[in-house]
Write a protein that binds this ligand. Structure first.
Ligand code: PLP
Length: 395
C-alpha cells in the first residue's frame, strides 16, 4: 500500500507511475475535502481557491449532493438511454428555465463532449456545404480532435495534425474580423462569454450584441461555451446573461455535477430538431447517478441564489486581491477572477501558495486565477489573501 501511494504521489517516481504522462508530476495528493478545505495524505490542510477548475462550486463533499448520490446509488444506478429515467428530465427543465426557455437538452459527460455535440448539431442544422465553426484565438473548447481544432491555440494543434476540417479562428473581441470570416460555409460561431483558460478575458455587451446581429442576419448559429462560466460562477446563471443576448446553443459541464462528471448541450427547440434519433448518443449521458447529482446541485444553487452569492463574495475577493503587491488589476466577474501581475511570476507564486496551503493557479505567466467555491466565506477569503501577501511581497 505504501509503495502504491508513493508511486501515485511522489514526483521523483513518475517513471513508475501507472498513469500516462499527459499531466506533469503531481505535487500533492489530496485525500479529503469539505467545503473550501482540502487535506493531503499527510493531514496538511489547504484552502481550495480553484475548485477543481471551476467544478466544485458548492464546495467539497456537499451534504445534499452526497445524500442524493447515496440515495440514487441505492435506487437505480444506470439504464441505457433507450429507456427513460427521472432525474435528467428535471435537470433539463431547470437548465432550460435558467437559460431563458424554449430549448432542449442533450446530456453527456464532459465539456469537450458538450462542445462536440454542439459542433455536430451545427453541421446537421447547417446542412451540407455549411459546416464551418468560427471560434476565437485564446479560446479553449476541449481536447477531442474536433474541439481541439475549435480551440484557438494553434500551438496545441501541431502534433495532432491532420485535425478535422472546418474550423476557423479570429481574434476575440474584434467584431470586424469575425464578420470578415463569415462566408456561406459557416454554420456556427462558438465563443466563451468570458475566456477562461485564455486568461479570464472579459468581453463587452457591444461585442456580443454585434456578434448576435451578424449571426442572425446570416442564419448562423451563435453557440456559447459556458463550460467554465456557467451555473452562477460569474454572477449570472450563465455568462451570456451579462450581455443581454439570446444564444442558439449553450454548452456546460464542470459545475453541473459538483465533481460528478456530467455535461449538457442546450439548443433552441427548432435548432435541436435538426438532430434525428441515431445522429448522436453517449452511453452514460444523463444517466441516473450523474443526473441525480446535477438535480441536487441545481436545487441547492437555486435555494442559495448562487449568482447573487458569487457577486457578493467576488466583490470581497477582488477588493482584497487588488491590495496585494505586484497586482496591477483584477479581471473577471463574480468568482471567476484573475489577478494581473506586473511580471511573469504567477507560476512561482502559485507553487509557493500551494506549499503554504492555498490552491490557486497560474492561468497565464503573469496572471493568477481564483475560482473558489461559491460557498466560500469572508473569513476564508481573508485567510487566502493573508497567505498570498507575504509570498508576493517576497518576489
Ligand atoms: N470549454 C471550456 C470553456 C473549458 O474551460 C473547458 C475545460 O477547461 C472545456 C471546454 C473542456 O471541458 P472538459 O475538460 O470537461 O472536456
Amino acid at each position: 500500500m505504501a509503495d502504491h501511494r508513493d508511486r501515485m504521489g511522489a514526483a521523483d517516481t513518475l517513471d513508475h507511475c501507472p498513469l500516462m504522462p499527459t499531466y506533469g508530476p503531481p505535487s500533492v495528493q489530496f485525500v479529503r475535502g469539505s467545503g473550501t478545505e482540502l487535506w493531503d495524505r499527510d493531514g496538511k490542510r489547504y484552502l481550495d481557491f480553484l475548485s477543481g477548475l471551476a467544478v466544485t462550486s458548492l464546495g467539497h463533499s456537499h451534504p445534499t449532493v452526497a445524500a442524493a448520490l447515496a440515495e440514487q446509488a441505492n435506487t437505480l444506478l444506470h439504464v441505457s438511454n433507450l429507456f427513460g429515467t427521472e432525474p435528467g428530465v428535471e435537470v433539463a427543465l431547470t437548465l432550460d428555465r435558467l437559460i431563458g426557455g424554449g430549448g432542449q437538452v442533450f446530456f453527456c459527460n464532459s465539456g469537450a463532449e458538450a462542445n462536440e455535440a454542439a459542433i455536430k448539431l451545427a453541421r446537421r442544422f447547417g446542412g451540407r456545404g455549411r459546416h464551418v465553426v468560427v471560434s476565437a484565438f485564446a479560446s479553449f473548447h476541449g481536447r477531442t480532435l474536433a474541439t481541439l481544432h475549435a480551440t484557438g491555440q494553434p500551438e496545441k494543434h501541431e502534433v495532432f495534425q491532420p485535425l478535422p476540417e472546418g474550423f476557423r479562428h479570429v481574434p476575440f473581441m474584434e467584431a470586424d474580423s469575425l464578420e470578415a470570416a463569415l462566408d456561406d460555409t459557416v454554420a456556427a460561431v462558438l465563443l466563451e462569454p468570458i475566456q477562461g483558460e485564455g486568461g479570464v478575458n472579459m468581453a463587452t455587451t457591444e461585442y456580443f450584441t454585434a456578434v448576435r446581429e451578424m449571426c442572425s442576419e446570416r442564419g448562423i448559429l451563435l453557440m456559447l461555451d459556458e463550460v467554465q462560466t456557467g451555473l452562477g460562477r460569474t454572477g449570472r446563471w450563465f455568462g451570456f446573461q451579462h450581455y443581454g443576448i439570446e444564444p442558439d446553443v449553450v454548452t456546460m459541464a464542470k459545475a453541473l455535477g459538483n465533481g460528478v462528471p456530467i455535461g449538457a448541450c442546450w439548443a433552441r427547440r427548432d435548432v435541436a430538431a435538426a438532430f434525428r434519433p441515431g445522429d448522436h448518443a453517449t452511453t452514460f449521458g444523463g444517466q441516473p447517478l450523474a443526473a441525480s447529482a446535477a438535480r441536487a446541485v441545481l436545487r441547492v444553487m437555486e435555494s442559495m441564489d448562487a449568482p447573487a452569492t458569487a457577486v457578493v463574495r467576488g466583490d470581497e475577493l477582488a477588493a482584497r486581491v487588488e491590495t496585494l503587491p505586484h497586482v496591477v488589476g483584477v479581471r473577471g466577474a463574480g468568482l471567476l477572477l484573475a489577478a494581473a501581475l506586473d511580471g511573469e511570476i504567477a507560476g512561482a507564486a502559485a507553487s509557493q501558495a500551494l506549499d503554504a496551503g492555498l490552491v490557486v493557479n497560474a492561468v497565464r505567466p503573469n496572471a493568477l486565477r481564483f475560482a473558489p467555491p461559491l460557498t466560500v466565506s469572508t473569513d476564508e477569503i481573508e485567510e487566502a489573501v493573508a497567505i498570498l501577501r507575504p509570498i508576493l511581497e517576497g518576489m
